[in-house]
Design a protein around this ligand. Structure first.
Ligand SMILES: *[C@@H]1O[C@H](CO)[C@@H](O)[C@H](O)[C@H]1NC(C)=O
Ligand SMILES: *[C@@H]1O[C@H](CO)[C@@H](O)[C@H](O)[C@H]1NC(C)=O
Length: 323
C-alpha cells in the first residue's frame, strides 16, 4: 500500500509540474525553457482532480498523503511564481531590426539638452543589455589565455566601409571606483595610448560625459576623430554599465582643432559591462561596433585589431598592478 501511495504521489507531482509548466509557458512566451527539464506533454487539467478523488477514496493514510501533497502543490506554486519574477528582470528581447536601426543611427543632438541625452543614454543601455550575450556568427580569435577572450564579426555598409563588431572579456586587478576614476582621467588615457592626438571633455557629471577624441594619422589612415556621449549607469554597487555612442552636432568645435583634414568616424555602440567579481578584481565585458570609415578587408585587419586591444589592456593592467 505505502509503495503504491508513493508511486501515485510521484506520478501526481509530475503531472502537476507539467501542468504548472504549461500554464506558465502560455502566460509568458519569453519564459526560458531550459529552466525546466521536464518533457513537455499534453497536460490534462483533469488529471489533478481525478487522481485526488481516487486518493480520497482510500484510507486515512491516503488522506495524509493528499494533505501533504496540497502543501507541496502550494510550495511548488510559490516557487514557480518566484522563478517567474526573477525571469521578468531579464530584458525583454528587442527585435533585431530595432537594435540595428538604433546602433546604425547617429543622432543629431543639441549637446546642452540633458533630457534628450538622458533618454539616449537609457535607450543605449537597454539596447546594449539586450545584445550582451549574442555571440552568434562571431569568430573567436582568443580564448581566455591570460584571462582575455576576443571575438570578432564584420559587416559592410552600402558605401563598402568595413565595420568591426568586437566582443572581448578581460579582468583587471582593481575596484569599480578606481576604474571609473582612471577612465575619467583623459590625460592619463592619452599617455597610455600614443595614437591619441586629442582627448577633450566638453561636459561631465556622474552619469554623462561629452567627449571629443582624435587619433593621429596612423600609417595608411588619415586622422580620425569622434564626438560621443558616454553614459554610466550603476545597477548595484558591484555592477556598472558604461556605454559610448557617437552624436552629431552642427555647432560643435573641438578646443584644439586639427590643422590637417580629419575624417569623422563613428562609435556606433561601445559598451562595457563591468562587474566586481572579487574584492580587487573586475571582469569587463566589452562590445564595440565602430565605423572607422575604412575599406580595408577584414582579413587584413582582424589580427591587428585584436593585438591593439590586447596591448591596451596590458597597459591598463600594468597601471593597476603598479598601484
Ligand atoms: C531614464 O531612466 C531613469 C531610470 O533608469 C528614469 O528615472 C528616467 O526618467 C529616464 N529618463 C528619460 C529621459 O527617459
Ligand atoms: C592580478 O594580481 C595577481 C597577483 O598579484 C597577478 O598574479 C595577476 O597576474 C594579476 N592579474 C591581472 C589581470 O593583472
Amino acid at each position: 500500500m505505502n509503495q503504491c501511495i508513493i508511486w501515485i504521489k510521484l506520478l501526481l507531482r509530475k503531472c502537476l509540474s507539467i501542468f504548472q509548466y504549461t500554464k506558465i509557458r502560455t502566460a509568458d512566451s519569453h519564459y526560458q525553457m531550459q529552466q525546466f527539464n521536464q518533457v513537455e506533454l499534453n497536460a490534462d487539467k483533469d488529471i489533478e482532480n481525478n487522481l485526488k478523488e481516487e486518493l480520497k477514496n482510500e484510507n486515512y493514510e491516503t488522506e495524509l498523503a493528499t494533505s501533504d501533497l496540497e502543501t507541496k502543490i502550494q510550495s511548488q506554486k510559490q516557487q514557480l511564481i518566484e522563478k517567474q519574477e526573477i525571469i521578468e528582470e531579464i530584458p525583454q528581447p528587442i527585435d533585431i531590426s530595432t537594435v540595428r536601426q538604433f546602433i546604425e543611427t547617429t543622432p543629431n543632438i543639441d549637446i546642452h539638452n540633458k533630457e534628450i541625452l538622458t533618454e539616449l543614454g537609457n535607450k543605449s543601455i537597454e539596447i546594449y543589455h539586450s545584445i550582451l550575450y549574442d555571440y552568434d556568427g562571431y569568430e573567436q580569435l582568443e580564448d581566455n589565455q591570460d584571462e582575455f577572450s576576443y571575438w570578432i564579426k564584420y559587416i559592410e555598409t552600402p558605401e563598402k566601409f568595413q565595420i568591426h563588431q568586437m566582443r572581448y572579456k578581460y579582468t583587471l586587478n582593481t575596484t569599480i571606483q578606481k576604474y571609473m576614476a582612471f577612465m575619467k582621467n583623459l590625460e592619463l588615457q592619452k599617455k597610455l595610448d600614443s595614437s591619441i592626438d586629442q582627448f577633450e571633455q566638453h561636459y561631465s557629471d556622474d552619469s554623462l560625459q561629452i567627449n571629443y577624441l582624435r587619433y593621429k594619422k596612423i600609417l595608411f589612415m588619415d586622422p580620425r576623430d569622434f564626438l560621443f556621449a558616454k553614459f554610466t549607469k550603476s545597477i548595484d554597487e558591484n555592477t556598472v554599465f558604461e556605454i559610448s555612442k557617437s552624436i552629431e552636432n552642427d555647432e560643435f568645435q573641438p578646443f584644439n582643432p586639427s590643422s590637417k583634414s580629419t575624417t569623422r568616424a563613428f562609435l556606433l555602440m561601445s559598451g562595457n559591462y563591468i562587474r566586481q567579481i572579487e574584492e580587487n578584481k573586475l571582469e569587463i565585458q566589452t562590445y564595440s561596433e565602430c565605423n572607422m570609415k575604412l575599406k580595408l578587408k577584414p582579413m587584413m585587419t582582424k589580427t591587428a585589431s585584436k593585438n591593439e586591444i590586447k596591448k591596451l589592456i596590458k597597459k591598463y593592467r600594468d597601471h593597476f598592478n603598479q598601484q
